[in-house]
Write a new protein. Structure first.
Length: 232
């Protein structure tokens, strides 16, 4: 896939100076109980490696570090502003911070991570081909039997209460005028994401659809997805 495409170039411009750290999402119990719920078994992750895809300004990396005794927790993000912020403000973390190209995670090593997470990120990419490319490459960086836990928007309507357009799961909205809620994608049937993950090679896929409440006015529901890389 061409890195120099219309959508990715727009994303890079919009995110150039960084984003907020979205600390308000720490108040969502589903974030802790579902998305990061597997980390409650602290001994399982001791000495292992984790990654936050679309790490922003480091909120999730900080939370994961506080939950378990990892060997290392890394972050990767499209925004050079976010990555520079993390490198400057988290020097004591011994984390690796990567600025990715928007279509894959090719800077990351194969079979590197035991746990990969992503939240309020993939729903901002209304280009099916890009999302599938990213999901495929995230499987590559997981260790065998590693866990990928992530969240996206879910709902039947293709406009939010503000009248902003939503792409269907299979749309390739290369010409979307904005990102980060300006033009999101919604999963409309959980089998859409399950079928893709199976085709890519993930196993033991589970989903959980939850009311969003006060945490995101841009979607009706959130869908939490967990899947594993099979043993080699």
């Amino acid at each position: 896939m061409n890195k120099d495409n219309q959508y990715t170039n727009m994303q890079k411009r919009q995110y150039d100076k960084g984003t907020g750290n979205h600390l308000e999402h720490n108040d969502n119990p589903d974030y802790w109980n579902i998305l990061l719920g597997d980390l409650k078994n602290k001994e399982l992750w001791k000495g292992k490696k984790a990654l936050d895809f679309a790490c922003g300004k480091g909120r999730n990396v900080t939370n994961m570090r506080n939950l378990c005794e990892w060997q290392r927790v890394d972050g990767i993000d499209l925004s050079i502003g976010n990555i520079n912020y993390c490198k400057e403000n988290y020097k004591n973390y011994l984390s690796n911070w990567y600025c990715n190209n928007g279509i894959d995670v090719s800077d990351l090593k194969t079979n590197e991570y035991d746990f990969v997470m992503s939240t309020i990120a993939l729903q901002h990419i209304p280009v099916y081909d890009i999302r599938k490319s990213l999901l495929t490459d995230l499987l590559r960086v997981l260790k065998p039997q590693g866990l990928f836990s992530f969240q996206m928007g879910y709902g039947k309507d293709l406009k939010d209460k503000f009248g902003r357009a939503k792409s269907t799961y299979y749309d390739n909205s290369w010409d979307a005028s904005g990102t980060n809620s300006i033009h999101d994608v919604r999963i409309q049937n959980e089998n859409q994401i399950i079928d893709d993950l199976k085709e890519i090679g993930f196993v033991n896929i589970t989903t959980n659809i939850k009311d969003i409440g006060e945490y995101d006015a841009g979607h009706d529901y959130w869908i939490y997805i967990k899947c594993y890389k099979g043993a080699v």
